[in-house]
Ligand binder design. Structure first.
Ligand SMILES: [Zn+2]
Length: 293
């Protein structure tokens, strides 16, 4: 469909959607672009919000297809919270209402921002402005929820104290769990790993894993046979023990890297409905991949 016709069709879908009912106890309607952001927004807003995510955790965030149900969710939103940069290329095609948008990437220290080889690359790719998977360092929940707190407070100044108390309670709980996760992953400190898609830069930095290489030569691009051969050699030369795959990685590719590169593979979750549970599960999977002490 032509871009303009597509935009008009989207507008029609929005217009046809039923108007939101005068909301239950006047809750603030928030739309996020990911389930992880939804979880973090809820941690601050608690029951004063009604939050919906435009994507499900199991979807590849870079290649989501926009559906009418997503468009309906945007209607009536008072606040939008997104990952930003080029993480959600589909976001630019949405008829976004004129409400405040929190771009959480502005609140964190980004990794891999200086990658001129990516900028020079002609093929379509993602992470061109830095690695966008920053929520996978649990310490980044602090600046992200700070940005959310500021936006919610601007919308409802009289509820600022409640939002702040929610956030503080969440961060205390999270800090306690971060210590437990660091302890659980101590055995892996300094371990050399390979990833399929580079979702894991922030997670690796936090927990002391060394990413030797990503199978995708550029984020979002499949490796050529020559690139794969170089990867296998590199994995064997640097004694890589673990391959981390995302759930939407090509299973044949994962199997091939595992066999030819000589590493164990573990599928970690880059996204989950609950932010703390996301790390609980990934720490459990990583520990299990190592076997008993
Ligand atoms: Zn990515």
């Amino acid at each position: 469909m032509h871009a303009r016709a597509f935009a008009l069709a989207l507008a029609a879908v929005i217009a046809a959607a039923p108007a939101p009912r005068a909301s239950s106890q006047d809750k603030i309607r928030v739309v996020t672009t990911s389930a992880d952001l939804k979880s973090l927004v809820e941690a601050v807003g608690g029951d004063r919000l009604e939050v919906e995510s435009l994507t499900a955790p199991e979807q590849d965030p870079h290649t989501v297809e926009i559906k009418p149900t997503q468009l309906a969710r945007l209607r009536g939103a008072a606040l939008i919270v997104r990952i930003g940069l080029d993480h959600e290329p589909w976001f630019a095609r949405l008829p976004v209402p004129r409400v405040p948008v929190v771009d959480a990437s502005r609140s964190v220290r980004l990794l891999q921002t200086q990658t001129p080889r990516l900028r020079a690359e002609r093929q379509a790719h993602v992470h061109a402005f830095g690695n966008t998977h920053y929520w996978l360092d649990p310490h980044n929940a602090r600046p992200i929820t700070q940005a959310v707190l500021a936006a919610l407070t601007a919308l409802r100044p009289d509820e600022a104290a409640a939002f702040e108390a929610n956030r503080n309670a969440f961060l205390s709980r999270l800090d306690a769990r971060i210590s437990a996760w660091e302890q659980a992953l101590k055995r892996l400190y300094g371990a050399r790993i390979v990833v399929v898609h580079d979702s894991w830069a922030y997670f690796a930095e936090r927990f002391g894993l060394q990413i030797v290489a990503a199978a995708e030569p550029h984020p979002g691009i499949s490796p050529s046979p020559a690139e794969l051969a170089a990867l296998f050699k590199r994995m064997r030369d640097s004694n890589v023990r673990i391959l981390i795959a995302d759930p939407h990685a090509n299973p044949a590719l994962v199997q091939q890297i595992k066999e030819r590169g000589g590493a164990r593979s573990v599928t970690l979750l880059p996204s989950a409905p609950d932010y703390v549970a996301l790390f609980e599960e990934n720490v459990r999977r990583l520990s299990a991949s190592l076997g008993p002490d």
